[in-house]
Design a protein around this ligand. Structure first.
Ligand code: TYM
Length: 345
């Protein structure tokens, strides 16, 4: 078990990360890593087994995993801090093993109700909807519970999965009458801890009624961290808005405008309310789009410079050392569970 409270998150490597992943999950964790690593253990990992719950090009996966680890460093993750850990899920077999055990305590009905499963499976041909996609939240619960994580920064789309992790932990603790798992904090406590009133959901630029998603094939409504700054600016300038002709998100359903205001706030480090106050009442959308395009292209230029200077040797040394350590921690938790269910004495 880690000896301090744990903050943990993972970002899948099925594609390049986008600004939703960055602002929704990566940045909150990196902020904690920079400011509160004395009080917490901080785990940032690549859930590589989660990468192919939906079909991907497997010949690209390994490179994508290593690339995403570099993105963590470019985003500011300090590598020389013993309280901060990076690892790949599949290098720690306890994740898979605990998943199987948790699977056997998970109801078919409760997995069927997961909205992400319903959304994603609706987009796939029936025979491509894998059992892996179905029980993906169980693997995610294992990722969290093996390390006793209390705080898990995630975007809004993962809220239901986080609640499931609490449910299954409570279920096993009750069933076996012992504290096998630390309960992750409730979603409202998580928001409070990360200083927000709700989970973040950046929307697709072409269709702002749906979330920006890296599994989306066309890529037109998504700003990837690897996009050329000019291309990203173009995507922003052609973002779908509306025909009201006046910015007033308090009176009108302006999903596209709201999204642009949100992105501008995040990219410039201001609050949503500050940015909203600046643009509320404007009768042209052009200046807002130009400001967002500018902020995002500056952000990407800076980020990509940092990415180019990541030291691979240092990254790999840290990764391998942390994976050894994480195996010990995860195996300790797994062993407690194996004993409780009667697999070990
Ligand atoms: P993934 O890889 O789809 O996304 C990584 C993180 O980015 C957040 N996110 C967003 N946030 C705001 N706006 C968006 N449009 C947006 N799109 C994605 C996601 O909520 C997520 O936090 N199941 C997880 C990965 C995972 C995990 C874990 C996370 C596996 N095990 C354990 C935390 C703890 C996932 O698929 O995220």
């Amino acid at each position: 078990m880690h000896n301090k409270p744990v903050i943990l998150t993972g970002l899948r490597a099925n594609n390049d990360l986008h600004i939703g992943n960055y602002f929704g999950a990566l940045l909150p964790l990196i902020d904690m890593a920079k400011t509160r690593s004395e009080e917490f253990e901080i785990n940032l990992f690549v859930p590589d087994l989660h990468s192919f719950t939906t079909p991907i090009d497997h010949s690209q996966l390994y490179d994508q995993i290593m690339h995403n680890l570099r993105l963590f460093v470019a985003a500011g993750l300090p590598l020389d801090n013993p309280n901060i850990h990076i690892y790949r899920q599949s290098y720690i077999p306890a994740h898979s093993e605990l998943t199987w055990i948790l699977d056997c305590f998970t109801g078919f009905g409760e997995m069927s109700r997961m909205t992400q499963f319903k959304d994603k499976s609706a987009k796939l041909l029936a025979d491509r909807v894998s059992v892996g996609l179905f029980n993906y939240p169980v693997l995610m619960a294992a990722d969290i519970l093996l390390y006793g994580a209390s705080y898990v920064p995630v975007g809004d789309d993962q809220t239901q999965h986080l609640e499931f992790a609490r449910d299954i932990a409570t279920r096993l603790n009750n069933e076996f009458q012992e504290p096998l798992f630390v309960l992750p904090r409730s979603v409202s406590e998580q928001h409070k801890f990360f200083g927000k009133d709700q989970g973040l959901r950046i929307k697709d630029l072409v269709d702002p009624t749906k979330k920006m998603s890296k599994s989306d094939q066309s890529g037109k409504g998504i700003v990837f961290l690897g996009d050329k700054p000019n291309d990203a600016a173009k995507k922003i300038r052609s973002a779908t808005t509306d025909s009201f002709g006046r910015i007033d998100i308090h009176k009108q359903e302006q999903a596209g405008i709201r999204n642009l205001l949100q992105i501008l706030a995040l990219a410039t480090g201001r609050t949503f309310d500050e940015v909203d106050a600046e643009y509320n009442g404007h009768e042209q959308y052009g200046p807002l789009k130009a400001a967002v395009a500018d902020a995002i292209s500056t952000f990407l230029t800076d980020f990509q410079d940092k990415l180019a200077s990541v030291d691979d040797a240092q990254l790999i040394a840290k990764l391998e050392a942390d994976e050894k350590l994480m195996n010990q921690i995860a195996n300790d938790t797994l062993y407690k569970v194996q004993k409780a269910v009667g697999l070990r004495i």
